[in-house]
Design a protein around this ligand. Structure first.
Ligand code: BGP
Length: 478
């Protein structure tokens, strides 16, 4: 690897912190999600119900364990820790005039703790959550006024953490908003007939309007971050759902290109180039979608181009004009099953070579420094009688992807860091399960919410420490 390569891991506030309603924090959109499973979808409850499990309410209680957790990350040799700030900890309702001091103090403490070990924070400003009040009263990002609330929040944290944080991501996987699934998850839109996270009532017109507001908010945040501190670097964050044509039938190839454009490239194009791409205009025309733009919007987008590009990569899928083919699930979107690939226990196709392909594609398009800020294997772990967890499957997954990063670097891609998902077990975003585990650190807690929350190191912990120590040279499990 290049010498300045950054190694670390990634998390999100609502999936680790817990403490959902203390020290002034109020409910976020994530706090209204019940636990689901591989077969049951998560419900969005409009009120907190008794006898319903809400995984984010306690999560792994990073809020009270952050010192112990950061010490473990330091032991692995982390140089960067991707985390998010819970908006509802800083502005509990979202539209408050004044921030919540206790919330601000918590992140001061976390950043100070990271600094003790020379770990740099990479901060996602909004990772699949917003104050639930904004959802109830404004229907989330559907309302343009939410841009101002977000910018007030950004201004508060940019000033407060000036000098402590220098790399920011405006929205996690912003392009999730191009799918119905992103309606509530990413945009905080809650229609009357919506009950389940994965199958919300969908109004594409409104959803794309909301996404437009998010893109504006992102651009404004980039500009503001630069104004407040010239050392600030701001990136976009895209869930890259790599797609291949199922066959060389030109119809399959064309469909693949179209899906790739609208679902993977559209948001990144706006955030990197500062304008809507031509194919999006055509897509909106063909689908009867009219984005309402104010006169200043074009300039706002132009003035807020990101400094670097980040993305998550878990899976690839195939696209075909033939609707009878077998499908498989995936991160956010599934697709047609690829006969050359194996799947995880949750049906996600594992495709390390696709990562090299994707890195080359992104770098040749954007020519911006790239960072892979999520990638990992959700799997069930089993504690052996001597207390160890031999997660060779996780090591194999991560190793295969790191090898492809090295090859992409050799291809000439300017990739400068890697934060796998995750470093510690946490709540699954899609299912709310605890037992879909991603960490190198095990957390004793099950799907029912029971367990001591005790942390222990998995086999991948020592493996990843060696990987970091050797800067990616020693990849074999011992
Ligand atoms: C990404 C999200 C993360 C994370 C990850 C794994 O899309 O940004 O928040 O959860 O996917 O997905 P899951 O938790 O559904 O297994």
């Amino acid at each position: 690897m290049r010498e300045d390569f950054l190694w670390g891991g990634a998390t999100a506030a609502n999936q680790i912190e817990g403490a959902w309603n203390i020290d002034g924090k109020k409910a976020s959109t994530a706090d209204m999600l019940s636990r689901g499973s591989r077969i049951t979808a998560r419900r969005i409850t409009r009120k907190i119900e008794e006898n319903t499990i809400y995984p984010s309410h306690e999560a792994i209680d990073f809020y009270h364990n952050y010192k112990e957790d950061i010490a473990l990350l330091a032991e692995m040799g982390f140089q960067v820790f991707r985390m998010s700030i819970a908006w509802s900890r800083i502005f509990p309702n979202g539209d408050d005039q004044e921030p919540n001091e206790a919330g601000l103090k918590f992140y001061d403490d976390v950043f100070d703790e990271l600094a003790k070990y020379h770990i740099e924070p990479l901060v996602t400003i909004s990772h699949y959550e917003m104050p639930f009040h904004l959802c109830e009263v404004y229907n989330g990002w559907a309302d343009r006024r939410v841009i101002d609330f977000y910018i007030r929040y950004c201004s508060t944290i940019f000033h407060r953490y000036k000098g402590k944080v220098k790399r920011w991501l405006t929205f996690n996987e912003i392009n999730t908003g191009t799918t119905p699934y992103g309606g509530y998850l990413a945009l905080g839109i809650l229609h009357e007939n919506t009950e389940y996270l994965t199958e919300p009532e969908d109004m594409p017109q409104l959803r794309y309007q909301a996404l437009h507001h998010q893109l504006l908010a992102s651009a404004k945040a980039v500009k503001l971050a630069h104004e407040i501190d010239t050392n600030n670097q701001v990136g976009c964050m895209i869930v890259y759902m790599t797609v291949y044509p199922y066959t060389c039938n030109p119809q399959d190839v064309l469909l693949t290109q179209q899906q790739d454009q609208m679902q993977n490239l559209f948001c990144g194009d706006v955030q990197v180039f500062g304008e809507y791409p031509y194919y999006a205009e055509a897509y909106f025309r063909r689908n009867g979608i009219q984005i309402h733009m104010e006169v200043e919007d074009a300039e706002v987008l132009k003035d807020g181009c990101v400094d670097f590009y980040t993305f998550s990569y878990y899976v690839s899928n195939c696209v075909s004009a033939d609707s009878s083919l077998e499908t498989t699930s995936g991160n956010i979107l599934g697709g047609i099953k690829n006969p050359y690939l194996k799947v995880s226990d949750w049906g996600w196709q594992i495709d390390p070579v696709g990562l090299r392909y994707t890195l080359n594609k992104l770098y040749s398009r954007y020519r911006k420094p790239v960072m892979l800020v999520e990638n990992g294997l959700g799997a069930e772990d089993h504690i052996e009688s001597n207390g160890t967890i031999t997660d060779d499957y996780r090591i194999a997954y991560l190793k295969a992807h790191i090898e492809q990063i090295k090859l992409a670097l050799a291809d000439g891609v300017d990739i400068f860091g890697y934060t796998p998902w995750s470093c510690i077990d946490l709540v699954s975003a899609s299912t709310g399960e605890m037992e879909k585990r991603y960490g190198m650190i095990y957390v004793d807690k099950d799907n029912e919410g029971k367990g001591s929350l005790r942390r222990c190191k998995k086999k991948s912990f020592a493996w990843y420490r060696r990987v970091i120590q050797s800067n990616g040279e020693q990849l074999n499990a011992e």
